[in-house]
Design a protein around this ligand. Structure first.
Ligand SMILES: Nc1ncnc2c1ncn2[C@@H]1O[C@H](COP(=O)(O)OP(=O)(O)OP(=O)(O)O)[C@@H](O)[C@H]1O
Length: 267
C-alpha cells in the first residue's frame, strides 16, 4: 500500500513504501513511506522509540521488513542474489551510534580493513587511500597510528567517518552523529558532513535529536510518529506543522534557540 500518493521519482536514492516492522506483538512501523533524494541531507527525527534506528537498519538490509518494500538505488535488497546485494551495499557508508571501531586496531588499520576485505586491495595498496580518508575526515595525519582509546570522542567519530568513507560510498547513513560531542565539536562535525556532501556529491541520511544539526545542514526532514513518516519536507514546512510532537519539538525553547542561531549564522 502506498500512502500519501507518493510515486517513484528518478532522483530518489531510497524509496520506502508501505513498510511494516514488527517485533512480536510490538508494531514499530505500519505503512511507512519515505523518500531520500539524490544529493540531499535528510534529517530523520521523532520521539524516543519511534523506530528511527530500526528504519535505518531496515534500509541497510540488516532488519527484514514484515511488509512493504525498500528500494535503494532502484534495487530491492531483499530480492537480490548475494553478489548483487554486496555490490549495492558497497555504495553505503555507515556511521553507527557507537562508532564501532575495532579497539585493538589503529585508526589507519580500521580504515584499511574495508579496502582489503571488500575492494580486494593489499594492505600496501590500501594504506595511502586510508591516509586520504583520514585527512578527509579532518583528522591530523598522526591520528592514523593511534588506537581509538587514545582519541577524544570527536576524533573517534571522525575516525569512524573515515572508515565509512573508505569505499567511496554514494550514500552516507549516520545514526546520532553528534551525540556525546560538546556543542563546538558537534557544530564542527556538522560542517564536515555538509562539506563532504558538497565535495563528494554524497546523499546523507542522518538520524538525529540535535536541532542544531537540523537547522545547520539538512535540506529536508522526515518526522516519525504514530508508526509512520508523518512529514517528509523542507524544514520550514515541517516546523510550521500543527502536529503536537512537532510543535513541542521545533517551537519549544531548544527549537527556538536553534532556529535563531541558524539565522544569526546566516544559514
Ligand atoms: N531487535 C529488536 N527486538 C525487539 N525490539 C526491538 C529491536 N530493535 C528495536 N526494538 C524496539 O523497536 C522500537 C524502536 O526502536 P528504535 O531503536 O528504532 O527507536 P528510535 O526511534 O531510534 O529511538 P531513540 O531515539 O530512543 O534511539 C523500540 O520500542 C525498541 O525497543
Amino acid at each position: 500500500m502506498h500512502g500519501d500518493g507518493l510515486v517513484s521519482a528518478p532522483d530518489n536514492v531510497v524509496e520506502v513504501r508501505g513498510l511494516v516492522t514488527r517485533f512480536g506483538s510490538l508494531v514499530v512501523h505500519e505503512g511507512l513511506d519515505l523518500d531520500v533524494r539524490h544529493g540531499e541531507i535528510l534529517g530523520v527525527v521523532g520521539g524516543s522509540g519511534t523506530g528511527k534506528s530500526v528504519l535505518l537498519r531496515t534500509i541497510l538490509g540488516l532488519q527484514k521488513p514484515a511488509g512493504g518494500s525498500v528500494r535503494v538505488f532502484g534495487e530491492d535488497l531483499a530480492t537480490l542474489a548475494p553478489r548483487e546485494r554486496s555490490r549495492v551495499e558497497r555504495r553505503f557508508g555507515v556511521l553507527f551510534q557507537r562508532g564501532a571501531l575495532f579497539s585493538s586496531l589503529t585508526v589507519a588499520e580500521n580504515v584499511v580493513l574495508p579496502l582489503v576485505e571488500h575492494a580486494g586491495l593489499t594492505r600496501d595498496e590500501a594504506a595511502p587511500l586510508a591516509a586520504l580518508k583520514i585527512a578527509l575526515a579532518g583528522l591530523p595525519a598522526d591520528a592514523g597510528a593511534r588506537l581509538p582509546a587514545e582519541l577524544s570522542g570527536g576524533m573517534v567519530k571522525r575516525a569512524a567517518l573515515a572508515r565509512a568513507l573508505a569505499l567511496d560510498p554514494d550514500i552516507l547513513f549516520l545514526d546520532e552523529p553528534t551525540a556525546g560531542l560538546d556543542p563546538i565539536g558537534a557544530a564542527a562535525f556538522d560542517r564536515l558532513i555538509a562539506t563532504l556532501r558538497d565535495a563528494l556529491g554524497l546523499t546523507v541520511f542522518v538520524v538525529t535529536h540535535d536541532l542544531d544539526t537540523l537547522y545547520a545542514i539538512t535540506d529536508r526532514v522526515a518526522v516519525l510518529a504514530r508508526r509512520r513518516v508523518i512529514l517528509n519536507a523542507d524544514l520550514a514546512t515541517v516546523a510550521q506543522s500543527d502536529d503536537a510532537w512537532v510543535r513541542d519539538y521545533f517551537r519549544g525553547p531548544r527549537g527556538r534557540a536553534a532556529a535563531t542561531a541558524s539565522v544569526t549564522e546566516g544559514n
